[in-house]
Design a protein around this ligand. Structure first.
Ligand SMILES: NC(=O)C1=CN([C@@H]2O[C@H](COP(=O)(O)OP(=O)(O)OC[C@H]3O[C@@H](n4cnc5c(N)ncnc54)[C@H](OP(=O)(O)O)[C@@H]3O)[C@@H](O)[C@H]2O)C=CC1
Ligand SMILES: O=C/C=C/c1ccc(O)c(O)c1
Ligand SMILES: [Zn+2]
Ligand SMILES: [Zn+2]
Length: 360
């Protein structure tokens, strides 16, 4: 952490200044530690494709300077006087949201990620009027409600991708009643979210089919991740042979794509769960859902409760994420490689072990 004045701490994060998305060191202040706040020194932060969408303004709502990063693992260095869940020295995680209204139906049902007044961990404005900034930074201040303990048995760098990618697949499987052993699931797009989808679904006892844009990941998917089957989406013979075979598909593709080839893979009552953030309309003809009573739905990360659950699920099942750990001075190359589909399967930045004052 940086210098401390009477009220605010100055920290360094790596920020994008414009839609080129190039990150470089940026100094800003953290708010004074409030009664329910946890101050954490960042150790590791995963790179999610949403970070690419955000720094490049793919959704048209990006504000700069923007320090991305929402798969954050750190060590607690200070807590406010009303913090009961954490103490200095704890290893903790922070994900996609850091605030909610606590009063609406989603908040009262403990699915605060669906609160219309949620506060994103970056590219948003906090209750004090300051911009929120994410985890590619030396430290963060976060309300204890949005902090989870990393359980013993999970390495901190391994835990980082679980805070977004992991809970993002766990939540819909749980919510839509898709945790039953023996189900046949499809994972469309084998990236950061998709590879956790394979691992989590396999651990639930599912038969898992990866549906990929190429043959490049076939051996890894089957041998390393434990997938049961592998389809190349452009191979019409393979796709036809697999028609009417899946109970659900988790669709993680981050770009516009046709839905009909995937709807055809679903059995009657099958569910297509959209995960990718795509700012263009997707289309399908209605018989593709009517003839088979199929559902197209979506899901957004997971609740704080589910985040705690997925962390424990991974400990209990012995699951880890498959990651490439890099230093902060490699972050721009890592973003570029992620964008061109060249990572197996998640970059995690060793923020604590980097000299983050130096630009690449
Ligand atoms: N709903 C939610 O709560 C969340 C949404 N997201 C969103 O999910 C999406 C995936 O995120 P993440 O897993 O981090 O991204 P990755 O880039 O790691 O993975 C996406 C995968 O999709 C496939 N893919 C990539 N580009 C294309 C394309 N143009 N056409 C077809 N397939 C493509 C590739 O798999 P293959 O090589 O197998 O084809 C790639 O590995 C993003 O849009 C992200 O913003 C992320 C987290 C939470
Ligand atoms: O990576 C996590 C965030 C996902 C996300 C989903 C939907 C949306 O509109 C976003 O801006 C982000
Ligand atoms: Zn994410
Ligand atoms: Zn709310």
């Amino acid at each position: 952490m940086g210098s401390v004045d009477a009220s605010e701490t100055t920290v360094t994060g790596w920020a994008a200044r414009d839609a080129t998305g190039h990150l470089s060191p940026y100094r800003y202040t953290l708010r004074k530690t409030g009664p329910e706040d946890v101050v954490l020194k960042v150790k590791y932060c995963g790179i999610c494709h949403t970070d690419v969408h955000q720094v490049k303004n793919d959704l048209g709502a990006s504000k700069y300077p923007m320090v991305p990063g929402h798969e954050v693992v750190g060590e607690v260095v200070e807590v406010g006087p009303e913090v009961s869940k954490f103490r200095a020295g704890d290893v903790v995680g922070v994900g996609v949201i850091v605030g909610c209204c606590r009063d609406c139906r989603p908040c009262k049902a403990n699915v605060e990620q669906y609160c219309n007044k949620k506060i994103w961990s970056y590219n948003d404005v906090y209750t004090d009027g300051k911009p929120t900034q994410g985890g590619f930074a030396s430290a963060m201040v976060v309300d204890q409600k949005f902090v989870v303990k990393i359980p013993a048995g999970l390495a901190p760098e391994q835990a980082a991708p679980l805070l977004c990618a992991g809970v993002t697949v766990y939540s819909p499987l749980k919510h839509f009643g898709l945790m039953t052993p023996g189900l046949r699931g499809g994972i469309l797009g084998l990236g950061g979210v998709g590879h956790m989808g394979v691992k989590v679904a396999k651990s639930m006892g599912h038969h898992v089919t990866v549906i990929s844009s190429s043959n490049k990941k076939r051996a890894e998917a089957m041998d390393d991740l434990g997938a049961d089957a592998y389809l190349v989406s452009s191979d019409t013979d393979q796709m036809a042979a697999a028609a009417d075979s899946l109970d659900y598909i988790i669709d993680t593709v981050p770009a516009k794509h046709p839905l009909e080839p995937y709807l055809a893979l679903l059995k009657m009552d099958g569910k297509l769960v959209l995960m990718g953030v795509i700012a263009e309309p997707l289309s399908f003809v209605s018989p593709m859902v009517m003839l088979g009573r199929k559902t197209i739905t979506g899901s957004f990360i997971g609740s704080m409760d589910e985040t705690e659950e997925v962390l424990q699920f991974c400990v209990d099942k012995g699951l880890t994420s498959q990651i490439e750990v890099v230093k902060m001075d490699y972050v721009n190359q890592a973003f570029e490689r992620l964008e061109r589909n060249d990572v197996r399967y998640r970059f995690v930045v060793d923020v604590g072990g980097s000299n983050i004052e130096d630009a690449a």
